[in-house]
Design a protein around this ligand. Sequence first.
Ligand code: ZN
Length: 102
Amino acid sequence: MHGHETGYLDSSYINGAGQFWAVAVHAKVEGIGVESDWRCPVGNIDPRVGGASGSQHVLGKAGDFYADDWGDSVYDLMEGAARAAGAGYWYRDVAHIHVDWR
Ligand SMILES: [Zn+2]
């Protein structure tokens, strides 16, 4: 899109997200997917993306994960998975959990 298609993911994210995913699946969270992980610096500040400048997404350290039956109980399980996977920061968004390994 901006000549930045080939982004990179930090190894902290690759390892952390793998662990996060495994823990969440084990906790019986279904339909997990990645809405967004790496974003190029130009795309990240596109208002349609809504990314903060300096976002952990630009650094390849963040992912936004969705799952089936999104709601309190699924969020709690995913938050537990983020904690178990050593995430540095996470928050609940409208229909996903943002998790990063800053
Ligand atoms: Zn995010």
